[in-house]
Design a protein around this ligand. Structure first.
Ligand code: ZN
Length: 80
């Protein structure tokens, strides 16, 4: 099911999973404020595609690790 994004004047933006055929929300269930539906067709693409995975590739820096430290033991490059 697609995810729709709404803007609540009290709570800010929030996502709702709705059927394609479902009527858009008029009020935020949590607070009762009138909400605006945002056009965010790509919102689930953003959330699904691991933007932050690149951060995990950063291994402990070998240059800063001293010989014999765990970081150096797993480092593929030789340290002499
Ligand atoms: Zn709200």
């Amino acid at each position: 099911m697609p995810i729709y994004e709404y803007d609540c004047p009290k709570c800010g933006r929030f996502d709702v999973i709705q059927k394609m055929s479902a009527a858009p929300l008029e009020t935020h269930e949590a607070c009762g404020s009138k909400v605006t539906k945002l056009l965010s067709a790509g919102s689930f693409a953003f959330k699904g595609s691991g933007f932050y995975q690149t951060d995990y590739k950063a291994a402990p820096s070998c240059e800063r690790a001293s010989a014999g430290s765990p970081a150096c033991a797993t480092c593929p490059s030789a340290h002499g």
